[in-house]
Design a protein around this ligand. Structure first.
Ligand code: B12
Length: 258
């Protein structure tokens, strides 16, 4: 007689489709996706749980252990938000969870920004915004934080920013670069309007665009567009402009995939 435990029998029944695997709860699904690093894990988990205080505690601990606050935006906060995005896309969690996580993420970004006392020489102004009609501002906030951390003056026009406000700000601030973020296929067309209105006024400033909905093919359709996949590309694009000028073709050559 075979000596099988209950777990073995369950395993066999699942393997041969006699019985279905127990459905995972959202928390269990999240647990499988968290990074294993002992400093990053609690931050990612707190983002998923939407617990602002735990996010800050986790960040404090990581900074005390020697992690760079600005690097933690990408290496911990973004990782937590990645878990949330994946579970939301898979229909495992819903909008209210996402909103709580997004708020915790934004608090975390603010905290990280406050923890760095490096005050680099201002290198030039960048105007950042989220496309008209679009409230998704997490990516834009990361872009703005990384630009500031790299010594650029950021004029942050916020989310759901009317096209005309972008144009006014560009006329007033004379930035070396404008950034746009769009997470929805319906809102990204505002970038084309920004592009056309800038050109009507004879302003040829590079317009770096990114965000979930946007891709290189779309951004290449308008004259001033330069596509950026990662938030970390924004300071690289700005540095490139300082070093090599603001020619859109040169920027596309450097930053677009060929
Ligand atoms: C969080 C979230 C929300 C939050 C937003 C909170 C906030 N303050 O931002 C809340 C709950 C409010 C929300 C609301 C809605 N959402 Co929503 N949301 C998301 C979710 C889950 C994650 C988005 C996110 O923050 N990602 C993380 C950030 C960091 O990514 P990111 O902005 O793309 O930025 C990265 C890069 O793109 C890059 N980047 C960004 N900008 C730039 C700029 C430059 C210059 C550069 C170089 C790089 C760069 O840097 C970042 C990484 O390094 C996505 C799902 C998904 N998988 O994306 C849906 C998603 C974007 N939402 C969606 C929808 C439909 C909505 C709602 C309409 C839902 C509703 N029925 O009400 C509303 C929108 C209302 C409106 N008018 O905008 C859809 C959009 C579908 C589409 N393609 O059009 C998505 C894709 C979900 C889905 N699969 O259907 N949402």
């Amino acid at each position: 007689m075979l000596d099988l435990k209950k777990e073995d029998i369950d395993g066999i029944l699942i393997r041969y489709n006699v019985s279905l695997e127990k459905e995972m709860t959202p928390d269990e699904a999240a647990e499988e996706l968290y990074p294993k690093d002992e400093l990053i894990y609690p931050i990612a988990k707190a983002i998923y749980e939407g617990e602002e205080d735990d996010v800050i505690d986790g960040l404090k601990a990581a900074i005390d252990a020697g992690k760079n606050p600005i690097a933690l935006i990408n290496d911990a906060l973004m990782v937590g938000m990645g878990v949330v995005s994946q579970l939301y896309d898979e229909g495992i969690i819903f909008l209210p969870n996402v909103m709580m996580s997004a708020d915790a993420m934004l608090d975390g970004i603010e905290y990280c920004k406050d923890q760095t006392d490096e005050v680099p020489e201002p290198k030039g102004t960048v105007v950042c915004h989220v496309a008209e009609g679009d409230v998704h501002d997490i990516g834009k906030n990361i872009v703005a934080a990384l630009l500031r951390a790299n010594g650029f003056d950021v004029v942050d026009l916020g989310r759901d920013c009317p096209v005309d406000e972008v144009i006014e700000a560009v006329e007033k601030e004379k930035p070396i670069l404008v950034t746009g973020t769009a997470l929805m296929t319906t809102t990204m067309y505002a970038f084309k309007e920004v592009n056309d209105k800038l050109l009507e006024k004879g302003i040829k400033v590079p317009f770096a665009c990114g965000g979930g909905a946007v891709n290189q093919d779309f951004v290449s359709q308008y004259e001033l567009g330069v596509y950026g996949e990662e938030a970390a590309d924004a300071p690289k694009i700005a540095e490139f402009i300082l070093a090599s000028g603001d020619g859109i073709e040169k920027l596309r050559e450097e930053f677009h995939k060929h």
